[in-house]
Design a protein around this ligand. Sequence first.
Ligand SMILES: [Zn+2]
Length: 302
Amino acid sequence: MKVIAFDVGGTNIEFGVIEDGNILKKGETSAKGIQNQESFVSILKNIVNAAIGDRGIDAISMGIAGLVNSDTGEILFSPNLPFLNGLNLKKALENVADFYIDNDANVYALGEWQFGAGMKKDNVVVLTLGTGVGAGIIANGRLLRGANYYAGEAGHIVIDFEGQICRCGQRGCIESYIGGDYFPEFARYYYRRQIQNLCEECTMLELSKRAKGGDIEAMYLFEVYGKYLAVGLVNIIHLLDPEIVVLGGGIAESFELFKESMTNELKKRVIGFERRNLKITRGKLGKEAGIYGGFVLAKEKV
Ligand SMILES: [Zn+2]
């Protein structure tokens, strides 16, 4: 089976042609100039035509941030490209090929589940740690979408009900502590108290470089990161009892820097932690998880 899988972000549209689980071709194009649904659809069609040539394709798939009706193919809410709201891509692309779409974290999770660190186990949670915090949940061997396609909004698990305000408008969501836009702000504030050592241009990447270079402040900050993450994970683990939790997204690249503090906190808080068959690990596929996941989405019709 041959699939062209799109991964639509706020700034780039990435895609890959994947046949029977092997990526044949990859590419990307900027999403910045796209202003309306028509131009979006025509860009997709152009990419598909250029990528497949005369040899045809069995399906097109897509992962996109936001809320998606994976049954009808309609984009219900796109935070990055709001003009796409209401677009039914299954209809728009019906003359081209079969079309499958889901939330990007779900697609990412399908990839790690079938081709990466998820090892095809029946109960897997894939958490994406980046600017946002998202999750894809495999429960009893199936992707859990929920009654309204909202399942897996892990970033808005509340870890402090009187805590700081999240971009969703609520207080104390875990994303407002460990999200890639939020944690560096905390880090800047923390560094200012050290006086001698500042990090005014702090990003997660910069923090990671500093920590790996032995910067005490940055190393401590990753310990704090691990502790916050663990508190979110405690809720997920108690609710879903997964066998594997896979950490993906850019910040998971720094797993070694926060693994110990995360594990120590989990040991303290998770009921039966030592007795559970539970592994917490880094994802294996990186950004390609979205392409592998798009293949799974189309092939398994999950
Ligand atoms: Zn929130």
